[in-house]
Design a protein around this ligand. Sequence first.
Ligand code: SF4
Length: 223
Amino acid sequence: MKKADIPIMIGHLKELYPDAHCELLYNNPFELLIAVLLSAQCTDKLVNQVTPGLFAKYPKPEDFLSLSQAEMEDEIRRIGLFRNKAKNILETCRRLVVEQGGQVPNDYDYLVGLPGVGRKTANVVLSTAFGVPAIAVDTHVDRLSHRLGLTKATSVLQTELDLMKKLPKAEWTFTHHALILHGRRVCTARSPKCGLCSLQSICDLHQKEAKKVAKQTRKQAEA
Ligand code: SF4
């Protein structure tokens, strides 16, 4: 994608998803952190079915510390990878209580040091709960960034760095949420609906495919 096309892409995304936001349910940074931890390899929809009841019973990190590993697993059993997530949540709560007075700090370096918290989770918490501009690269953001031609990265970290370099900082958080929605609804992993996509005129993948088809048509006409 050409540099000049980036504002066009953002404009289209704003028309399509004017209120793009994190779809996980939460009331405070702690609930968001736990919801994002639970959402790894799991749909937001399923996490949203579990967390309201969970947070009603255990509103603070201190409350989770009354649970054993087995009890924590029972609370989130419906969610994939529940054993590992239960372990990470209990340890995260313990550290928040001991080291942060039970608060989630607005601190990237601290957050990525928590068990199960990677760059993506830390960036979602910072941008969504604290309003810090950040780009969290999940599978949708990574896939669309490659298809659109925003990056040729071979790692998620490099994709994040390329997006930070190319997109205006004020649009990082919006673009992250909008690309996720576009990846879920239009530019799906297996069968992107290019015919319905308003980004096709600036999308590298679509342009390449269109050129291939035009070449084949020319060859057939010449044969
Ligand atoms: S044109 Fe196709 S490949 Fe490009 S963003 Fe749209 S759906 Fe995805």
